[in-house]
Ligand binder design. Structure first.
Ligand SMILES: [Fe+2]
Length: 220
Protein backbone atom coordinates (compact mmCIF):
# COMPACT_ATOMS: atom_id res chain seq x y z
CA UNK A 1 0.00 0.00 0.00
CA UNK A 2 1.56 3.28 -1.11
CA UNK A 3 1.98 6.16 1.32
CA UNK A 4 2.72 9.84 0.94
CA UNK A 5 6.00 10.98 -0.56
CA UNK A 6 8.62 12.07 1.96
CA UNK A 7 11.82 14.09 1.77
CA UNK A 8 14.89 12.21 2.90
CA UNK A 9 17.39 14.51 4.64
CA UNK A 10 14.74 17.21 4.14
CA UNK A 11 15.30 17.47 0.39
CA UNK A 12 15.58 14.12 -1.41
CA UNK A 13 12.15 12.94 -2.65
CA UNK A 14 11.18 9.36 -1.73
CA UNK A 15 7.99 7.47 -2.46
CA UNK A 16 6.88 5.26 0.43
CA UNK A 17 5.15 1.92 0.77
CA UNK A 18 3.91 -0.19 3.65
CA UNK A 19 3.42 -3.91 3.42
CA UNK A 20 0.18 -5.37 4.74
CA UNK A 21 -0.17 -9.05 5.58
CA UNK A 22 -3.34 -10.81 6.69
CA UNK A 23 -2.25 -13.42 9.21
CA UNK A 24 -3.86 -16.80 9.75
CA UNK A 25 -5.09 -15.42 13.09
CA UNK A 26 -7.33 -13.04 11.15
CA UNK A 27 -5.26 -10.11 12.36
CA UNK A 28 -3.14 -7.80 10.27
CA UNK A 29 0.64 -7.28 10.25
CA UNK A 30 1.80 -3.84 9.11
CA UNK A 31 5.39 -3.39 7.99
CA UNK A 32 6.82 0.13 7.84
CA UNK A 33 3.43 1.76 8.42
CA UNK A 34 2.64 4.88 6.41
CA UNK A 35 0.25 7.52 7.73
CA UNK A 36 -3.26 6.09 8.17
CA UNK A 37 -5.57 8.14 5.99
CA UNK A 38 -9.27 7.14 6.21
CA UNK A 39 -8.95 5.35 2.86
CA UNK A 40 -5.90 3.36 3.96
CA UNK A 41 -7.51 2.52 7.27
CA UNK A 42 -10.64 1.27 5.51
CA UNK A 43 -8.56 -0.97 3.26
CA UNK A 44 -6.70 -2.41 6.25
CA UNK A 45 -9.90 -2.81 8.26
CA UNK A 46 -11.34 -4.97 5.50
CA UNK A 47 -8.59 -7.50 6.21
CA UNK A 48 -8.95 -7.52 9.99
CA UNK A 49 -7.78 -5.75 13.13
CA UNK A 50 -4.17 -4.60 13.22
CA UNK A 51 -2.26 -6.91 15.58
CA UNK A 52 1.33 -6.05 14.79
CA UNK A 53 3.17 -2.87 13.80
CA UNK A 54 6.69 -3.45 12.53
CA UNK A 55 9.44 -0.82 12.40
CA UNK A 56 11.98 -2.60 10.17
CA UNK A 57 14.80 -0.13 10.77
CA UNK A 58 15.52 2.86 12.97
CA UNK A 59 14.50 5.37 10.27
CA UNK A 60 11.03 4.09 9.43
CA UNK A 61 8.92 5.38 12.32
CA UNK A 62 6.43 7.47 10.34
CA UNK A 63 3.06 5.83 10.92
CA UNK A 64 3.69 3.86 14.09
CA UNK A 65 2.12 6.25 16.59
CA UNK A 66 -1.03 7.02 14.58
CA UNK A 67 -1.71 3.34 13.82
CA UNK A 68 -1.05 2.48 17.48
CA UNK A 69 -3.58 5.15 18.47
CA UNK A 70 -6.14 3.52 16.18
CA UNK A 71 -5.34 -0.01 17.38
CA UNK A 72 -4.11 0.32 20.99
CA UNK A 73 -3.77 -3.44 21.46
CA UNK A 74 -1.41 -3.79 18.48
CA UNK A 75 2.13 -4.81 19.43
CA UNK A 76 5.08 -2.77 18.20
CA UNK A 77 8.10 -4.70 16.95
CA UNK A 78 11.25 -2.80 16.09
CA UNK A 79 14.76 -3.16 14.76
CA UNK A 80 17.69 -3.39 17.22
CA UNK A 81 18.63 0.33 17.10
CA UNK A 82 15.13 1.77 16.86
CA UNK A 83 14.55 2.69 20.51
CA UNK A 84 17.82 4.63 20.70
CA UNK A 85 16.56 6.93 17.96
CA UNK A 86 12.91 6.95 19.06
CA UNK A 87 12.80 6.71 22.86
CA UNK A 88 9.32 8.27 22.76
CA UNK A 89 7.83 5.19 21.05
CA UNK A 90 7.06 2.26 23.35
CA UNK A 91 8.37 -0.84 21.63
CA UNK A 92 6.98 -4.17 22.82
CA UNK A 93 9.71 -6.35 21.34
CA UNK A 94 13.09 -5.61 19.81
CA UNK A 95 13.61 -7.90 16.84
CA UNK A 96 16.80 -9.90 17.07
CA UNK A 97 17.56 -13.12 15.27
CA UNK A 98 16.75 -15.01 18.48
CA UNK A 99 13.21 -13.68 18.76
CA UNK A 100 10.49 -16.18 17.96
CA UNK A 101 7.62 -13.95 16.94
CA UNK A 102 4.05 -15.30 17.00
CA UNK A 103 3.96 -15.09 13.21
CA UNK A 104 7.03 -17.32 12.80
CA UNK A 105 5.13 -20.03 10.92
CA UNK A 106 4.05 -17.45 8.33
CA UNK A 107 6.82 -14.84 8.31
CA UNK A 108 10.55 -15.33 8.79
CA UNK A 109 12.88 -12.50 9.75
CA UNK A 110 16.62 -11.79 9.61
CA UNK A 111 18.53 -8.86 11.12
CA UNK A 112 21.03 -7.60 8.57
CA UNK A 113 24.30 -7.29 10.43
CA UNK A 114 27.62 -5.68 9.66
CA UNK A 115 26.79 -2.13 8.63
CA UNK A 116 26.63 1.17 10.45
CA UNK A 117 23.97 3.20 8.65
CA UNK A 118 21.05 0.84 8.94
CA UNK A 119 19.90 -1.80 11.37
CA UNK A 120 17.44 -3.30 8.94
CA UNK A 121 15.38 -6.41 9.50
CA UNK A 122 14.41 -8.35 6.36
CA UNK A 123 11.26 -10.49 6.22
CA UNK A 124 9.99 -13.41 4.19
CA UNK A 125 6.26 -13.99 3.75
CA UNK A 126 6.36 -17.72 3.20
CA UNK A 127 2.95 -18.32 1.61
CA UNK A 128 3.42 -15.75 -1.14
CA UNK A 129 7.19 -16.36 -1.41
CA UNK A 130 7.78 -12.65 -0.98
CA UNK A 131 10.93 -11.00 0.36
CA UNK A 132 10.21 -7.73 2.16
CA UNK A 133 13.02 -5.17 2.19
CA UNK A 134 12.88 -1.60 3.45
CA UNK A 135 15.95 0.50 2.54
CA UNK A 136 18.55 -2.11 1.73
CA UNK A 137 17.39 -2.26 -1.90
CA UNK A 138 15.85 0.79 -3.57
CA UNK A 139 14.49 1.22 -7.12
CA UNK A 140 13.17 4.75 -7.29
CA UNK A 141 10.66 5.70 -9.95
CA UNK A 142 12.15 7.65 -12.85
CA UNK A 143 8.98 9.42 -13.95
CA UNK A 144 8.20 12.57 -12.04
CA UNK A 145 11.78 13.04 -10.90
CA UNK A 146 13.63 16.26 -11.68
CA UNK A 147 16.89 15.98 -13.63
CA UNK A 148 18.85 16.75 -10.48
CA UNK A 149 17.30 13.99 -8.39
CA UNK A 150 17.44 11.54 -11.28
CA UNK A 151 21.17 12.22 -11.45
CA UNK A 152 21.68 11.89 -7.70
CA UNK A 153 19.73 8.62 -7.53
CA UNK A 154 21.49 7.26 -10.59
CA UNK A 155 24.87 7.95 -8.97
CA UNK A 156 23.64 6.32 -5.75
CA UNK A 157 22.63 3.21 -7.74
CA UNK A 158 18.96 3.35 -6.80
CA UNK A 159 17.25 4.68 -9.93
CA UNK A 160 14.68 2.69 -11.88
CA UNK A 161 13.93 -1.01 -12.01
CA UNK A 162 17.64 -1.82 -12.17
CA UNK A 163 18.34 -0.01 -8.88
CA UNK A 164 19.91 -1.83 -6.00
CA UNK A 165 21.75 -1.34 -2.73
CA UNK A 166 22.28 2.40 -2.07
CA UNK A 167 25.84 3.65 -2.29
CA UNK A 168 25.81 5.00 1.28
CA UNK A 169 24.97 1.55 2.60
CA UNK A 170 27.68 -0.06 0.48
CA UNK A 171 30.20 2.45 1.81
CA UNK A 172 29.22 1.94 5.43
CA UNK A 173 29.87 -1.78 5.76
CA UNK A 174 31.96 -2.25 8.88
CA UNK A 175 32.00 -6.05 8.92
CA UNK A 176 31.82 -7.54 5.46
CA UNK A 177 31.76 -11.11 6.79
CA UNK A 178 28.76 -10.44 9.02
CA UNK A 179 26.96 -8.56 6.27
CA UNK A 180 27.62 -11.32 3.77
CA UNK A 181 26.37 -13.91 6.25
CA UNK A 182 23.08 -12.02 6.58
CA UNK A 183 22.69 -11.73 2.82
CA UNK A 184 23.44 -15.44 2.45
CA UNK A 185 20.59 -16.16 4.88
CA UNK A 186 18.20 -14.09 2.80
CA UNK A 187 19.30 -15.66 -0.46
CA UNK A 188 18.60 -19.11 0.96
CA UNK A 189 14.99 -18.14 1.59
CA UNK A 190 12.39 -19.42 -0.85
CA UNK A 191 11.12 -16.28 -2.57
CA UNK A 192 10.11 -15.22 -6.07
CA UNK A 193 8.70 -11.76 -5.34
CA UNK A 194 10.24 -8.65 -3.80
CA UNK A 195 8.49 -5.80 -2.01
CA UNK A 196 10.54 -2.72 -1.19
CA UNK A 197 9.62 0.52 0.57
CA UNK A 198 10.97 2.87 -2.09
CA UNK A 199 10.24 2.26 -5.74
CA UNK A 200 9.61 -0.68 -8.05
CA UNK A 201 8.70 -4.07 -6.61
CA UNK A 202 9.46 -7.31 -8.43
CA UNK A 203 6.84 -9.92 -9.19
CA UNK A 204 8.41 -13.21 -10.26
CA UNK A 205 12.14 -13.83 -10.68
CA UNK A 206 13.07 -11.75 -7.65
CA UNK A 207 15.75 -14.18 -6.45
CA UNK A 208 17.88 -13.39 -9.50
CA UNK A 209 17.18 -9.69 -9.07
CA UNK A 210 18.28 -9.71 -5.41
CA UNK A 211 21.37 -11.78 -6.23
CA UNK A 212 22.27 -9.17 -8.82
CA UNK A 213 21.78 -6.39 -6.25
CA UNK A 214 24.31 -8.05 -3.92
CA UNK A 215 26.81 -9.09 -6.55
CA UNK A 216 29.21 -6.42 -5.26
CA UNK A 217 29.68 -8.59 -2.19
CA UNK A 218 32.02 -11.15 -3.69
CA UNK A 219 30.45 -14.50 -4.37
CA UNK A 220 26.86 -13.33 -3.85
FE1 LIG B 1 13.49 4.35 3.79
Amino acid sequence: MNGDDVRMYGILPFTTRMTVIQLDSGGVWLHSPVSPTPERQRAVDQLGPVEHLVAPNKIHSLGLKPWKALYPSAKIWASPEFTKRHPDIAVDTVLTNDVRAPWISEIDHCVIEGHTVLDEVAFLHKASKTLIITDLIQKHEISGESCIWRGVKHMAGVLGESGGVPLDIKLSIRNKTAFRRSIDTILKWDFVNLIIAHGHCVQGGAKEDVMRAFKWISGA
